[in-house]
Design a binder for this molecule. Sequence first.
Ligand code: PRX
Length: 660
Amino acid sequence: MAGEVSTDLERELGEMLEQERFEPPAEFRERALWSDPAVYDEAAADPEAWWLRQANELLDWEEAPSEGLDDSNPPFYRWFADGKINASANCLDRHVAAGIGDRVAYHWRGEEGEERDVTYAELLADTQRFANALKGLGVGKGDVVGIYLPMIPEVVVAMLACARIGAMHNVVFGGFSAEAVRERMEFSEAKALVTVDGARRKGKTAPIKQQVDEHLGVLGTLKTIVVVRHAGTDCPMQEGRDRFYDELLEAADPECLPEPMGAEDPLFILYTSGSTAKPKGILHTTGGYLTGVAATHRYVFDLKPESDVYWCAADVGWVTGHSYIVYGPLLNGATSVMWEGAPDYPSHGIWWELVDRYGVTILYTAPTAIRTFIKWGADIPAESDLSSLRLLGSVGEPINPKAWLWYHKVIGAERCPIVDTWWQTETGAIMITPLPGITATKPGSATTPFPGVAAEVVGEGDGEPVEQGQGLLILTRPWPSMLRTLYKEEERFVETYFSRFGKETYLVGDAARRDEDGYLWVIGRIDDVVNVSGHRLSTAEVESAIVAHEKVAEAAVIGQSDEQTGQAICAFVTLRGDTEHSEELVEGIRAVVAERIGKFARPKRTVWADELPKTRSGKIMRRLLRDIAEGRALGDVTTLRDPSVMEELEAKIGAYEDED
Ligand code: PRX
């Protein structure tokens, strides 16, 4: 990275690195929605009442809740339980009723330069029709609907149509394979799946519907597949099961009243990786989730819906997209940018052209993207006018101070505060973050919990709070947008998050450090979850894909530090019998992983191992593999069955490094 940054810029960033704190610019603070630190004290004095106030101020309830938290049965917390609300009515109807139906909800931009502005009124019209269409297909309250779509406005319509009738959406990221879709439809017993004829990616088109057909097989519960015609790809349609989205919309009744939902009725499921190969179905409910995302979206991004143009450059298929492309911005009546494509197509400058074209004021992205832009060079963003930007956000993985400073200087022209937001699929909304008009930031630290949220760092062994230093990150107080359970796996929910420190303490799964000012620095996962370009993956999931290859006997997967992607998948593989290793085999293994999970999970590096390091009882010691992959001295090896295995692997890793 260092070599790519021009020497002058490198020197300037080096000098900035000396500066430890960045105060909110006075001009920003003066106009910020929140500029008085008293908000933290107000929330801390009575968090429950404070959240109840947010719920009532930011949302439009059919029946307003009278109570905040019900903690009578931890860890099964309930929020605003006697309230009634509909998510789609809050995202759409109330804005149209308030006379802002003509406001653009999304400036959509297609890969080939197509533009479509979708207003709140248009979204509402399509959502009502699609909600009726779903009803007509037999989908009702409590049913699960799978959504496997690219970044097109129809994905929002599909999600909100589910919410309108009380069905739970189960969105699968477009980068997952059709096989991963099948698995998630099966686990959730989805009744319908909404997908697309084809998805465009960097000038090519993938035949999505055809791939879905090839993998889906017969799922007893899945009765309908709805196909959005987007790329013009020919696709087979199965009589009696498959329907075109546009035809359904046209035939549907235009009016569909929103179903009043209990605050604790489920809104959606989103599968994410845990320590085992089986993904976890994170379940979010309605009232608390909406409160959490509306409040954080408004105050973390200091959103002024009349004047801001907001762009969260994530994919709707991840939680960031759910909370900060769909629900948060729509609840707050924001105008967003939705970009169909990749950052490098049709050119390396496309993002900055979009910022310029739409006058983006708030940009929210991931460190991995920033590192890629650093590699491409500061002259590329310099070709566009970025002066509309006033606030920058980061999410998904720790941001290294160098990338933070580059973002601050090259993109934000030292004028825009940066909010480094820490949260998870499970937390639903941002938990640890600066408030841009209040908090002095330190590059690389997500700073302190959002008002009403309580986090601590505790010792790994004793669970005692660490005042200064490293330990495990925990959340010590329930918050409205927290997951309620793992879909159909209640025991796993309690076991994963609430067994280590009891039913009142949420175990995050990240290690963190607290500095002398009480600022939090998130370090990374403590479990077998890796973070590749902000994509969360379980090593066990990748291992089980690799061993599906006919020539593979065993595999151990670890996350290895990577300058570009944060972590990269490194696979140690032993082959069956006397199979010779070859480049072809490497590609074969990568292909199996792409097929079973998705291209983003393919190993970057494959190390052939005659044997894997194991304990006497036969457990693979991934810890030692991580040590050699990071070039560290080996940790405790006393439980290792055969120490010579490590010597051989170390020699191999060394050889790989010489090649690099
Ligand atoms: O390890 C943390 C990392 O991403 C994990 C959550 O992943 P996921 O559920 O996919 O959600 C990602 C987007 C919210 C966390 O356990 N992570 C997320 N944001 C940050 C982060 N690590 C450091 N700093 C962040 N800002």
